[in-house]
Design a protein around this ligand. Structure first.
Ligand SMILES: Nc1ncnc2c1ncn2[C@@H]1O[C@H](COP(=O)(O)OP(=O)(O)O)[C@@H](O)[C@H]1O
Ligand code: SF4
Ligand SMILES: [Mg+2]
Length: 333
């Protein structure tokens, strides 16, 4: 039966992005599975946080979502239409998705004024006189309008990141992807930028895909949280459920790594500390990709890949030992 429901603003369906790696030195050639079957959706005006260690495929996913990188397989839909549709419709969908990068200096052209960089997305839409809009947008992100005539190097890191945010929002996109957007700032500036993003979202109704290795920052700003490990989603939940009770062993370990020292929690941390490095996405472990670092791993974990299963309302976990329908019993801990 056809549904009357509006499509999600963003729907990522089984997104795969592999890279062919050439042999170099002692390293052999092969296929690097950066994003390996990721599905997610995001509604208008909401924030979806994506967290995971370095190398888990977060930035690759970000670049896929804003159309900076083509998919190997899968689909990305914006308002129900394909991001890569040929012609004006696809171009308009890609314009609806803007991005803020980790390095604010890198997203501003060093040879152009701040105002010229901020104006670019409007000019791409054919707007000629952008001065007033740039001045207003700079003020909305907490910068004096006169900063439009400055060069990027004359701004501090925090001011540059505010200007990058102004640039991302000036053409009123439906979605902004923030890839480690606060990682280069000190803690107090990080909090200011998170507050600013929340205020701007309330004002403008923009949806955010907020990508970070920092679980606390992701939880502070997101309505929902997705945890990625080696190119795959291992847990997805609304932020309150996730903050109260993460269920995948990797999520529990990530949270333990961010907890403040406390004798009881320290003991927990000892049981589920993250040991070793993320394995190579060119040769991921069989079965569950987390098994080489999981303190609860059992033989089945090497043989069968755990599927993402519902463990509660809108809460999904990919572990053989988590969930009401688990056939393997409770987590062996
Ligand atoms: N253009 C590329 N060519 C080859 N490998 C890449 C490319 N971009 C990313 N990778 C690899 O894909 C994996 C995921 O990288 P990335 O998406 O940057 O992860 P994250 O942002 O979570 O740190 C890494 O192993 C990285 O080296
Ligand atoms: S499936 Fe096995 S290895 Fe993977 S997270 Fe669950 S217990 Fe750990
Ligand atoms: Mg990254």
């Amino acid at each position: 039966m056809a549904s009357d429901a509006k499509p999600s603003l963003l729907a990522v369906e089984q997104a795969v992005r592999h890279f062919h790696i050439r042999a170099s030195g002692s390293a052999g050639a092969g296929l690097l599975r950066a994003v390996d079957g990721v599905s997610l959706s995001l509604n208008r005006g909401q924030t979806l946080g994506i967290v995971g260690e370095s190398g888990c495929g977060k930035s690759t996913l970000a670049r896929l979502v804003v159309g900076l990188l083509p998919l190997t397989t899968g689909r990305i839909l914006v308002n129900g239409g394909d991001l890569w549709e040929a012609g004006a419709a696809g171009q308009e969908r890609r314009r609806q998705c803007q991005m803020v990068f980790q390095n604010p200096a890198g997203s501003m052209n060093p040879r152009r004024t701040v105002g010229a960089s901020v104006a670019e997305p409007l000019q791409a839409r054919g707007v000629r006189n952008t001065d007033d809009a740039v001045a207003q947008m700079l003020e909305r992100v907490g910068l004096p309008a006169q900063f439009a005539s400055r060069m990027p190097h004359q701004l501090s890191g925090g001011q540059q990141q505010r200007a990058s945010i102004a640039r991302s929002l000036i053409a009123q996109p439906a979605l902004v992807v923030h890839d480690e957007a606060i990682a280069s700032l000190d803690i107090s500036l990080q909090a200011q930028i998170l507050n600013l993003l929340v205020e701007l979202q309330e004002d403008m109704g923009t949806a955010y895909l907020f990508i970070s290795h920092d679980l606390a920052a992701v939880q502070a700003i997101s309505h929902r949280v997705i945890v990625m490990y080696l190119g795959e989603i291992v847990e997805s939940a609304n932020t309150r459920d996730f903050a109260e009770r993460p269920q995948h062993p990797y999520s529990i370990a990530l949270r333990a790594a961010t907890l403040t020292p406390d004798p009881v929690l320290e003991r927990q941390r000892g049981e589920i500390a993250l040991r070793g490095d993320v394995p190579s996405p060119m040769n991921p472990p069989s079965g569950c990709r987390f098994r080489t670092r999981c303190p609860m791993a059992q033989p089945i974990c090497a043989e069968h890949k755990p599927l993402l299963r519902e463990v509660g309302p809108e809460h999904h976990v990919a572990c053989h030992f988590v969930g009401p329908t688990s056939t393997q019993g409770a987590l062996p801990c």
